[in-house]
Design a protein around this ligand. Structure first.
Ligand code: UD1
Ligand code: MG
Length: 455
């Protein structure tokens, strides 16, 4: 028996209750489409083939699948005649595949890779068909897993077909299954649509397998893992469950969170041990924070890295391509995009640094702006190690400030500055002694005359 696996992700459904122009499986949880979550969970099984069954807005879903899993094959299911019919669509793409096929739903973003591995263990234990079940708080419309006297899985009954006795069963079908490819398609060829919905039910293959004398098993997982998204309300519930799980995992791995319920992570956020995340921090996709860094309250980070000892925020914004070096500081109301900060570099207040390199130990004063965009092109700014940029400076890129140089406050710098030089651009100052006292006296006299009606 080979243990090579393939993934078959069902993503044809319309998702009417989402009330959206976007196909349901492309709605995001933790910064990734639900389809992405299904593909990533499945990737833990190192699949030899990946098939995505599309239907509603097929081209759009296929495009997303190709970006997420370049080797995936997309097959279109039109019309959509049920979950069994959907899996049948994958048969040509899986022809010659002798290994096990995982069937996953594209709208179930919380399934953990560990759970899929537990299903694979059950297969290794000899079950031909392995179904993922859960104890439902409210079994409602879910299919029921009916066990035989030995605790083995006997059949799945859809709620619409179930007797009162079967409806009382709380062990429900998540929809995830693991079956050897040849058996899967042989059993599916026997499935009919002679049922309450007039659909080809994937779930019927369990009873058919038992009739062939094959063993079937149910693997259990927590109900939150099987949460399926059908509406925006479900989407928010999935997000909340995902966040709760990710925060707990981060803290268990050594991250301090003062108010974890206010921190929002992305599917790929990496935070090292002994990092401190203060309240109300939002991580967009693509962030890595090294151990020992501090992200202070109300900061927003995406597509960036923060090295050990660095302090970000409060109220900082790190955009894609921000790479903040060891012990560097990015303070309040500072925005950084596509820019590197060397070790110990600082921009503590009210600054925009875009398309730039800030050298080690450089100090960027309050209100400094890298003027990186001329309306058409983007240009780079380089600030050498140990340089000092005075407050309220405009660095008009392309421009380089040499190592150890100083720029006087309020300057607009359009040409490179030599290392260790001072550069400043200021209008000459004019002083008029006593001018204001005289002006004030004159204006006060005018006001008094107007009040007396003398114009
Ligand atoms: C299904 C299961 C049920 C289980 C429940 C868990 C069947 C017959 N029933 O019911 O036992 O408790 O999921 O949520 O399998 N899809 C297609 N093509 C189709 C039909 C569906 O791709 O023709 C996709 C949908 O997009 C969705 C998934 O399959 O991602 C499940 O379909 P859905 O209609 O939600 O099945 P349920 O009735 O919820
Ligand atoms: Mg459903």
């Amino acid at each position: 028996m080979t243990h090579e696996t393939a993934l078959c992700i069902l993503a044809a459904g319309k998702g009417t209750r989402m009330r959206s122009d976007l196909p349901k499986v492309l709605h995001a949880v933790a910064g990734s489409s639900m389809l992405g979550h299904a593909l990533r969970a499945g990737a833990a099984c190192d699949p030899a083939r990946v098939v995505v069954v599309t239907g509603h807005q097929s081209a759009r879903v296929a495009e997303a699948a190709a970006a997420l899993a370049p080797g995936a094959t997309c097959v279109e299911q039109s019309p959509q005649l049920g979950t069994g019919h959907a899996v049948t669509m994958a048969e040509p793409a899986l022809s010659g595949f002798e290994g096990d096929v995982f069937v996953l739903f594209g709208d179930t973003p919380l399934i953990r890779p560990e759970t899929l591995l537990a299903m694979r263990d059950a297969r290794k234990g000899g079950a031909e068909v392995v179904v993922l079940g859960f104890e439902a708080a409210e079994p409602g419309g879910y299919g029921r897993l009916i066990l035989d006297g030995t605790g083995a899985l006997d059949r799945i009954v859809e709620a619409k077909e179930a007797t009162a006795e079967e409806l009382a069963v709380t062990l429900c079908n998540s929809g995830v299954m693991l079956v050897p490819g040849p058996a899967l398609f042989r059993l599916l060829s026997k499935v009919t649509n002679d049922n309450a919905k007039g659909e080809y039910y994937l779930t019927d293959i369990v009873g058919l397998a038992r009739a062939e004398g094959l063993a079937c098993a149910a693997v259990r997982c927590d109900e939150t893992e099987t949460l399926g998204v059908n509406s925006r309300i479900d989407l928010a519930a999935a997000e909340a469950a995902w966040q709760a799980r990710a925060r707990t995992a981060a803290m268990a791995a050594g991250v301090t969170m003062t108010a974890p319920e206010t921190v929002f992570l992305s599917h790929d956020t990496e935070i090292g041990p002994d990092a401190v995340i203060e309240p109300h921090v939002v991580f967009g996709p693509g962030v890595r924070v090294d151990g020992g860094a501090t992200i202070r309250a109300f900061s927003h980070l995406e597509g960036c890295t923060v090295a050990r000892g660095a302090v970000i925020g409060p109220y900082a914004r790190l955009r894609p391509g921000a790479d903040i070096g060891e012990d560097a500081k990015v303070g309040n109301f500072v925005e950084v995009k596509a820019a590197t900060f060397g070790k110990g570099a600082k921009a503590n207040h009210l600054t925009y640094i875009g398309d730039a390199e800030i050298g080690a130990g450089a100090n960027v004063g309050a209100g400094t702006i890298t003027c990186n965009y001329d309306g058409v092109l983007k240009h780079r700014t380089t600030v050498g190690a140990g340089a000092f940029i005075g407050s309220n400076t405009a660095l008009v890129a392309p421009v380089a400030i040499g190592e150890g140089a100083m720029v006087g406050a309020g300057s607009t710098i359009t040409r490179d500055v030599e290392p260790d030089a001072l550069a400043l651009t200021r209008a000459p100052r004019e002083d008029r002694p006593a001018f204001v006292a005289k002006l004030r006296a004159k204006l006060t006299e005018i006001k008094a005359r107007r009040k007396a009606g003398k114009g």
